[in-house]
Design a protein around this ligand. Structure first.
Ligand code: A2P
Length: 292
């Protein structure tokens, strides 16, 4: 199994990172500190999670030198017209001189009151992110996207000066997104799996195939789901937890066989779900403009 991947910038990104979506202030400081003190080298947050200040406190409290940690954060939808200010805000909240990876959280500009900003094109957001990265690579080491389908990536790549280093999407056996995965692999864009366990109260943790494989390796179902991304695929993966034992546990990766990987990939045929926006019908369905 792989423990790190190389981005198209040349930077090394550790395979397993701590996810912090839904990790609340009051808990997330400790989760980040505990993870870093116990060997994690990669933390993922977002302006939209409203916990960057506390994530920053956890980074400091760990005592781990900043250079040894890979930190990802994301540009929030209502900040798409305010890219330079948003970067400064994240740097200041995280209390760090640089960000390893900054993602456009969704290709979905929003107004400050949370409605679709239909008069604004997210491609202009990408251009502004490129400008910042090209002008200040020491402050913004890599840029990427999140929640991008093939259609959106194709539109972006037609004009991009910087190929996104990463596309962070929901990925687990019940949401394998094979089309996005193969497209990104063909363009040397690393995939990062969010909600790899299927998020809260996930049926995947009770799935018989997942449990059978877990028993074989004497690990928890979560380890099987996390390991799926660290075998051949070259993804990175963000299990979220605010619980000490689980944070410790989730760092263990096992080598899955090809037939086990195939079995896991078949789960989707009978047990498909999306944890994030379950009623997904494309961007138009969410009230945002469809890809032009
Ligand atoms: P908690 O944070 O309370 O520990 P995902 O990474 O797919 O978003 O899943 C996160 C959810 O899975 C959270 O509810 C988290 O709970 C829970 N979780 C994290 N690690 C484990 C584990 N090893 N076993 C069971 N549940 C877990």
């Amino acid at each position: 199994a792989t423990t790190s991947v190389t981005l198209n910038t040349g930077a090394i990104m550790p395979t397993v990172g701590l996810g912090t979506w839904k990790s609340k202030p009051g808990q997330v400081e400790h989760a980040v500190e505990f993870a870093l003190k116990n060997g994690y080298k990669h933390i993922d947050t977002a302006a939209g999670y409203q916990n960057e200040t506390e994530v920053g406190q956890g980074l400091k409290a760990s005592g781990v030198p900043r250079e040894e940690i890979f930190v990802t954060t994301k540009l929030d939808n209502p900040d798409q017209r305010h890219v330079p200010e948003a970067l400064e805000s994240s740097l200041s909240k995280l209390d760090t001189p640089y960000i390893d990876l900054w993602l456009m959280h969704w290709p979905a500009p929003m107004t400050k009151d949370g409605k679709a900003d239909k008069d604004y094109d997210w491609l202009d957001t990408w251009k502004a992110m490129e400008d910042l990265h090209l002008a200040h690579p020491e402050k913004l080491r890599a840029i990427g996207v999140s929640n991008f389908s093939v259609e959106y990536l194709e539109r972006l790549l037609k004009v991009a000066r910087v190929v996104p280093a990463v596309n962070q999407i929901e990925l687990h056996p019940s949401c394998p997104q094979h089309d996005v995965v193969s497209f990104c692999q063909s363009k040397n864009i690393v995939l990062t799996a969010y909600s790899p366990l299927g998020s809260d109260n996930s049926p995947l943790l009770k799935n018989t195939v997942v449990n059978k494989i877990a028993a074989k390796y004497s690990v928890q179902p979560a380890n099987v789901l996390i390991s799926l991304h660290a075998n051949k695929s070259g993804h990175t993966v963000l299990p979220k937890s605010v619980t000490n034992e689980r944070i410790l546990n989730n760092a263990t990766i096992v080598d899955l066989t090809d037939s086990e990987i195939d079995e896991l990939h078949k789960i989707d045929e009978t047990h498909h779900f999306r944890a994030c926006h379950p009623a997904w019908t494309g961007w138009g369905g969410l009230g945002f403009p469809d890809c032009k």
